[in-house]
Design a protein around this ligand. Sequence first.
Ligand code: SF4
Ligand code: SF4
Length: 436
Amino acid sequence: MRNTFPRGGIHPPDGKELTSAQATQKLPAPQLLYLPLGQHLGAPSQSIVERGQQVLLGEKIAESGGKVGVPVHASVSGVVKDFTTTTMPNGTKSLTVVLENDGKDTPAPPLRRPQREPEEIAPEEIVDFMEEAGLVGMGGAAFPTHVKYRLPEGTKIDTLIVNGAECEPFLTCDHRLMLEDTDDLILGIRLMMRASGATRAIVGIEENKPDAIALLEERFAGLPQVEVKKVKLKYPQGEERLLIKAATGREVAPDELPSKAGVIVNNVATVAALGQAFRTGMPLIERVVTVTGPGVEKPGNWRVRLGTPVEELLGAAAWRGTTTLLAGGPMTAPAIFDLKTPVTKATSGLVALDEKTQQAGPCIRCGRCVQACPFGRMPLYFGPYLEQGRLDELEDMGLLHCRECGCCSYVCPAHRPILQTIRLAKARIRNRTREV
Ligand code: SF4
Ligand code: SF4
């Protein structure tokens, strides 16, 4: 049997042919950059700069705001022009440092890091470096990477899984990165194995990327502890728990962390970003973003400075301007309404779709949403129960363990907005918990 997860899942048209063969282009840094202090999960970062202050490329401009947090660094050299509030890709607001680019890219002194082979560095030094470099999960979660690696006493990790599945339709930034940033990816794998104690690494890649699979198999030839696992093309194969199952056969209970199963998972972009930061001493100041969909004339992948307004990228891709614009893959991403929204550490793509919003009809109890759910949920009940305020029953049904993959919404013939309902219900339950 091919490597995959056992139940549910879907096969949406993937649209990746628009950009998968295109080499990554560099987008020039714009005149003004907007660096949000709340672009990761956890406590917002605390600014340490003042209006009018000169900053260098890679200089720290905000300290970590708490244990679950990371610093933010200048993505150009220039001047702190202002502080403002920006709309984040998920629609929330964040206090933001506005930088005026001087066009010189004068670098700050590189981050200090041990000049030794990864296998000779103390794990804590690598984890501290992850924090100093401002690393977060770049597959969309934006969870501070160093927090994941500060493992509770007694936790034993044997396997690092590098998530190169990239199962969301249209996105190809991770695919290009595996082809183009292979040296940094390998360095990042070695560092993360050392930091976690893992004795093997598995790079999980969907079978629709044969060139990346072939290249990495060739490059890993001298690294017997690192392997490529070709996984079946099925959405949401890149979901953390489903990838663990496909790559190792291990199950992670809904209320447990992957570390309980001896596994730690990172997206390929995060792993390569660690390798790049360690090689250059430059913290996380840029990322690769796919800009694509039928609503742009020049789809492609761009290496972009963090804080670049999305309108700059849309200009480069010749956006037609009249389409729905999503901040990420179409299965899960929210729509963007403010073109000044900046590219953040977790922005993997901008997808411009021509589709019109379909009018939702009544549920016909066809059960397709139940069949499609990889996690055994009963999505057809979520909407009615929420309307009736039956939050306890929603909790009992495991709503909080829904992984928000969007399969149920995708297959619903009545076009019911199930994923939005789930997100609303989760927020209501969490707010209620906070109020108690
Ligand atoms: S797929 Fe849609 S119509 Fe069918 S049972 Fe689920 S919610 Fe109802
Ligand atoms: S969004 Fe949640 S309920 Fe719907 S298919 Fe995915 S995991 Fe299941």
